[in-house]
Design a protein around this ligand. Structure first.
Ligand code: MN
Ligand code: MN
Length: 465
């Protein structure tokens, strides 16, 4: 019959929700609740590392530095400058036969404070910012914002800041022009509607009560900060303070089928891979989880994936398992596999024109794989080998995990990249594999709970293979 031939020959692309029972649905929803808790305590890379460390330690992971030697079954983590983290479970197989890595990133687009951020104008105090990552600037005005990060004083004392998340905290915001007077602004191109130099965060308006003082509102803010944190204006010079949306992660829709939250790129893959690693037992091939920093600005710097820190980490595993010998690190990479766990653009019917519908990732159809990324003729892409795509397909299919393989958008419409090429250049077999997202890089991003759970199952199955 023709219908059967369809079933047999077509690559069916189905909505995942159709094929699940009540038990699976409950698992999806309760997993997503844990994920939303993670998001609410992990808005920045430093906070994500702290939360991941707590989760890892409560699952028996210990700091690599506390181990003199490593044996199969040992659970280890390594934290790089509080901003990126590697976790591993040593397998029964030798590392030189290859390891299996899932690599996500925990930095997200945001506004960083400038080194000299504080100023006063016309009775208001502000922080100047320099945006981090690819943002649409107009999306960051007139929303509640919080401040996260550290101030390190010249004597080394470190002060951790987190203001605007607790319901009793004040929040901050960036103002925008009223429509009544926005005639010129509204004629501008969208990308020029809000200027980068105008992303100034409103902080306060009460002047310090001293007639002889200058810049009284700024002084009052500094006085508040001095009393609370014992800092002066110069201490901003050695700070990393990040302005992020103060929104909480929430279930989205009457059916609560989606998650709306800040920073899901790429904490959705970070959390699902972390949770998958926590669920592993009897590991055969050494499993490594990367939570990287600086992906959103090109993976440069010593907490980014381009750094030698990861090579150092793997070398330490080789040293402490007693396997190491000259040039062995190169061999390990050449025989290894990685899922570059990063989000994908979800098909948005409101903006359908940018996607090729037959090659787009849809929310609710399962984990999304990208054979390649790049732009304008795959430029800059790591293009996964067909043999490796087949290998991962087999893992997914035999574990009954629904997946989709897609492209970021139409040819020549745009493009993007992940950490995939960095590992591929070391010789690792790589494919991008993550969760489709709507409104990527916006202050409030949308994912499907079905895909979140599908990603968790994918990373788990990959490591168990
Ligand atoms: Mn990403
Ligand atoms: Mn991104």
């Amino acid at each position: 019959m023709e219908e059967n031939l369809n079933d047999k020959l077509f690559n069916k692309k189905e909505v995942g929700w159709k094929n699940i029972d009540d038990r699976e649905k409950e698992a999806i929803f309760s997993f997503s609740n844990e994920y939303m808790n993670f998001l609410n305590t992990s808005k920045t890379e430093r906070e994500a590392v702290q939360t991941a460390k707590q989760i890892a330690e409560s699952n028996g992971f210990r700091d690599l530095m506390t181990f003199d030697s490593l044996n199969p079954g040992d659970k280890v983590y390594f934290i790089n400058r509080e901003k990126s983290m590697y976790l591993t479970i040593i397998g029964t197989e030798k590392l030189e036969n290859g390891i299996q890595i899932v690599g996500a990133h925990i930095d997200s687009p945001r506004l960083d404070l400038k080194p000299n951020p504080l100023y006063e104008d016309s009775g208001f105090a502000y922080f100047k910012t320099h945006y981090y990552g690819g943002i649409k600037k107009y999306q960051w005005t007139t929303i509640p914002l919080s401040i996260h990060g550290v101030i390190v004083k010249a004597n080394g004392e470190k002060i951790t800041i987190n203001i605007g998340e607790d319901d009793n905290d004040p929040i901050f915001t960036i103002s925008d022009l009223l429509p009544h007077l926005a005639q010129d602004q509204m004629e501008k191109k969208l990308k020029n509607g809000i200027d980068g130099e105008d992303l100034n965060v409103l902080l306060g308006s009460i002047p310090y009560d001293d007639e002889k003082a200058s810049e009284k509102v700024k002084l009052n803010i500094l006085n508040i900060l001095n009393q609370k944190y014992n800092i002066t204006e110069a201490d901003f010079l050695s700070s990393e303070l990040e302005i992020v949306p103060a929104f909480k992660a929430r279930s989205l829709g009457f059916d609560a089928s989606m998650v709306a939250a800040y920073g899901q790129d790429d904490k959705v893959c970070a959390y699902t891979s972390l949770a998958a690693m926590m669920s592993l037992s009897n590991v055969k091939t050494t499993a490594v989880c990367i939570l990287s920093d600086k992906e959103e600005i090109g993976s440069m710097g010593n907490t980014g994936m381009e750094s030698h820190m990861f090579d150092y980490f793997i070398s330490e595993l080789l040293n402490k398992t007693g396997e190491n010998r000259l040039n062995l690190l190169d061999k390990v990479f050449c025989f290894s596999r990685i899922l570059s766990a990063d989000v994908d653009a979800g098909y948005d019917p409101i903006y359908a024109s940018v996607s090729d519908k037959t090659n787009a990732a849809f929310l609710g159809r399962g984990v999304g794989l990208n054979k390649y990324t790049g732009a304008r003729g795959k430029s800059g892409a790591s293009d996964a080998n067909a043999e490796f795509v087949a290998w991962i397909r087999n893992v997914l299919e035999k574990n009954n995990i629904q997946y989709q393989i897609s492209e970021l958008g139409k040819v020549d419409v745009g493009g993007g990249g992940t950490i995939a090429y960095i590992l591929a250049n070391k010789g690792v077999d790589v494919i991008d594999c993550g969760v489709p997202v709507l409104s990527m890089h916006a202050p409030y991003e949308v994912t499907s709970k079905y895909d979140i759970y599908s990603a968790y199952k994918t990373y788990k199955a990959f490591w168990e293979e």
